[in-house]
Ligand binder design. Sequence first.
Ligand SMILES: Nc1ncnc2c1ncn2[C@@H]1O[C@H](COP(=O)(O)OP(=O)(O)O)[C@@H](O)[C@H]1O
Ligand SMILES: N[C@@H](CCOP(=O)(O)O)C(=O)O
Length: 336
Amino acid sequence: MRIVKDEAEVKVPATSANLGPGYDCMGLAVSLHDRVRFRATVGKTQVHVRGEGKDRLPEDEKHLVVRAIRLGLDAVGASQVGISLWQENQIPQSRGLGSSASAIVSGLAIVRAIISDPQALDNDTMLRIATYLEGHPDNLAPAIYGGITLAGIHGTSSEEAATTKELTSPFIEMGQEGEDDQEEETDQPVLNADFPQTWAVKIENQYDLYPTVFIPDFELDTSQARALLPEQVPHADAARNVANAALLVSALQDHPELLMAATTDYLHQNYRRAAMPASLDLMYWLRAQQLPAVISGAGPCVLALTNVGDQVKAQAEKVGWKVRTLELDTRGVREL
Ligand SMILES: Nc1ncnc2c1ncn2[C@@H]1O[C@H](COP(=O)(O)OP(=O)(O)O)[C@@H](O)[C@H]1O
Ligand SMILES: N[C@@H](CCOP(=O)(O)O)C(=O)O
């Protein structure tokens, strides 16, 4: 693959993942953006940051956009180059607004902008490569496609993988003791080695949705918030969560009146309370007023799936929350 341009500029939205019960699979893009300008150089990598992360983000090869560019170039078989970047960041970091996902997507979008065959890095391929770096696709999909998205990683349960492909008769005894212990080999092809097989679809939202984010002045690393989750959850909780996630798809499409019922989560929010008690308190305070609020991503931001109105906003601001009523970003990452 040839590099045909030595400059590019991209703009990428912030995202809010989970939306309550959609843990690791649902998300939406909002009108808050990072912009990144790239120039290929012969010298050492340099990064210039303005806005969020200034004086805190690394300015060398460790910078996440640089790492994504390097991975993207390798993935499409292009040669590596010296990198100069100028960032103008609006997305607060480590707050649950998907800043790391947006950084990865902007790096891959830069690669797409400078290579001879941009199709080699189409949105679906970009999602696979980005998920390899981020680990879960829920923020990445809205950052790439825009709007409200569902995304996941294809997989086969161990039971399904181990089951024989032969049709068996219900009248024949199913085998001698001990036989079940042997694992069957599967003929599932292993595709494209390291990059996960991801999928994503957009939810077509039919009404005006104004996501409101409540931003605290403290940070929480996503990895720290993930470490608080239990290995196992009660089966009844999993069942209720599946029902709500399914309902949420319909609520987001064209049933805003179902948003309150559909945004109750049983898998992650309460398990993370210890790391962000004020966020959980704010979320339940909003919900008590029939405002469909959830923890944004892994927190500590809170997201309300509606414009909360001036009075609620003023009360939250009074105790220290920064409140922004935003719009959906329906376009996702774009080249400028
Ligand atoms: N614009 C950016 N440029 C470079 N790296 C970034 C940027 N935004 C986030 N990161 C990296 O991602 C980390 C935050 O990721 P994470 O804990 O997942 O929080 P978030 O919820 O904001 O995605 C930062 O500490 C930084 O290393
Ligand atoms: N599903 C993830 C989402 C993390 O989002 P972020 O914006 O906090 O990075 C999780 O809940 O861990």
